[in-house]
Design a protein around this ligand. Structure first.
Ligand code: NAD
Length: 508
């Protein structure tokens, strides 16, 4: 895999892979065909390590999106009627193709979104395993229950809901797209994918693989462009039965509004301001490693990042001082360098936003205990120092809003109840992390904390069968395992009489 190669080797192979995107327009994939806009309208795709162009991308319009939705609609019935075993075979074949191009996927993804290659080398393999996991479930996805009564039997079955829209963000675009598309296709839905405009390359690669795998035309459609135009149109379109969005909370609200007239089913995986609670009885070394990993891996651009450290005051000084010295040793650098631990942020505007939060923290009276600046010595890329904010209070913006960058805000607490109050005093409720050796406390807090997902004495550990999703303004719905099929399928109830009951008689 890429990480075993040197920086120089990674760069030269990435350049080779990226050169073909620079050569022409990166097109839409609709109804089995690649297309570029007739009027030549495109937008430029910049990579974040040097802010150089990596090609022009077709700028989707409402008309283009309409055609994609209609293609998904036309392909739906044949795809939904294909038997599950055949779908399983095709999805597994698709996973094989992902694995064959794993190296390319890792390098393209890392170059396009700035995530360090040390993490992205897993992206393709995780994407493939998402497909294999749901492929295996395809033959039985329609199964239901049999509910016996004296005179009737109720039987449930699941059928695919219809064409679905999949709208994804830029932070780990390949993995997130596969996480949504795999269960949708396994369920028998057709899809229209609208990837983030800031990271269009791995979505393009996925559509190329879909073509190579031989999915029937219209089963997999890809439209590039802006959220406010093509994303909106996708969530409004009458042919689309459900929309799965991974994105910001405000985007989730837009989707709800835009989908209201056609009563879209929605699954929203949104932002977070996730607390990590460290009690003084915890294994502090493991806690320290996990706290650092969960905020600084993936450049802090991670929905489940533990961006609020709630630390018991008895160990606060000791823990923060260890944290500070480790932060000082984190390696910020080019995403293709295998040594890099923190890469550039996705876009200069996003970098500015992150830096503005740090400035705001100073103005509100918090201390910037580590980092806080752009790494100008690294050139023109969007590099930001890993940052620790201390002496913060939970009412400061730095503690309330999702920053989506390598910035950790630390707040002290005295008691268990104070820790819970602070943790829950947030508009969000995506994930939480709890560090304590006290099992009773773990169980109490598991019930009390507002989090769709809680990890106890662990960093984020993903199990494909487990439910993934958030509470409050972090989202609506869950996916993972059978939860995904509940979203991408309709449950029908069929009630069959045993011919033993009296049918009510009127008009005799
Ligand atoms: P974003 O909401 O700006 O964009 C996400 C997608 O929505 C993009 O494809 C965008 O074009 C599209 N979009 C924007 N406006 C739209 C509209 N009006 N209608 C339809 N589509 C629209 O998010 P982002 O900046 O790309 O990604 C970062 C966000 O994603 C963060 O808030 C992060 O927490 C969240 N995220 C959540 C999870 C999770 O599982 N909860 C996972 C990863 C990222």
């Amino acid at each position: 895999m890429s990480v075993t190669h040197s920086f120089r080797e990674n760069r030269s192979r990435a350049e080779e892979y990226l050169s073909r995107y620079a050569a022409g327009t990166i097109g839409h994939f609709i109804d089995g065909r690649w297309e570029s806009p007739e009027d030549g309208a495109t937008f430029e795709n910049l990579e974040p390590a040097e802010n150089q162009s990596v090609g022009n991308v077709a700028l989707g319009t409402e008309q283009v999106m309409d055609r994609a939705c209609e293609a998904a609609e036309a392909a739906f019935l044949p795809w939904a009627s294909m038997n599950g075993a055949e779908r399983k075979k095709l999805l597994n074949h698709f996973a094989d193709l992902i694995e064959k191009r794993a190296d390319e996927i890792a390098l393209v993804e890392s170059s396009d979104c700035g995530q360090p290659i040390r993490y992205m080398k897993q992206a393709a393999l995780r994407g493939a395993s998402n497909f294999r996991f749901f492929a295996d479930k395809a033959p039985e996805a329609g199964n239901g229950l049999s509910l016996l009564q004296d005179h009737h039997t109720n039987m449930t079955m699941r059928v695919p809901i219809g064409p679905v829209g999949v709208i994804t963000p830029w932070n780990t675009p390949f993995m997130l797209a596969t996480w949504k598309i795999a269960p949708a296709l396994a369920a028998g839905c057709t899809i229209v994918h609208k990837p983030a405009e800031l990271s269009p390359l791995s979505a393009t690669l996925l559509a190329e693989l879909a073509e190579e795998a031989g999915f029937p035309a219209g089963v997999w459609n890809l439209v590039h462009g802006y959220g406010e135009t093509v994303g909106r149109r996708l969530s409004e379109h009458r042919a689309i039965r459900a929309v799965a969005l991974v994105g910001e909370t405000t985007t989730g609200s837009h989707i709800l509004r835009q989908g209201a007239d056609t009563l879209k089913r929605v699954h929203l995986e949104l932002g977070g301001k996730n607390p990590v609670l460290v009690f003084d009885d915890a294994d502090l070394q493991r806690a320290l490693d996990a706290v650092i990993y969960m905020i600084f891996s993936l450049n802090g651009q991670r929905c489940t990042s533990s961006s609020r450290l709630l630390i018991q005051n008895t160990i606060k000084e000791e823990f923060l001082s260890a944290l500070k010295s480790r932060i000082g040793r984190l390696r910020v650098g080019h995403p293709l360098d295998p040594e890099t631990e923190i890469g550039p942020l996705i876009h200069t505007e996003h970098m500015q936003k992150v830096l503005t939060y740090v400035e705001g923290a100073r103005e509100e009276g918090a201390i910037v205990a580590a980092g806080g600046n752009r790494r100008e010595d690294l050139g023109t890329g969007n590099y930001v120092e890993p940052t620790l904010i201390t002496e913060a209070s939970n009412d400061m913006r730095i503690a309330r809003e999702e920053i989506f960058g390598p910035v950790l805000t630390a707040i002290g607490f005295d008691s268990e109840s104070e820790a819970v109050t602070l943790a829950n005093d947030s508009a969000y409720g995506l994930s939480g992390y709890l560090w304590t050796r006290d099992t009773g406390r773990s169980m109490r807090l598991a019930r009390q904390l507002d989090a769709g997902m809680l990890w106890i004495n662990s960093e984020n550990n993903r199990n494909l069968s487990s439910p993934f999703g958030g509470m409050k303004q972090s989202g609506i719905g869950r996916d993972g395992g059978d939860y995904s099929f509940d979203f991408y399928m309709e449950t029908k109830n069929i009630c069959i009489a045993h011919d033993t009951h009296s049918v009510p008689v009127l008009g005799q």
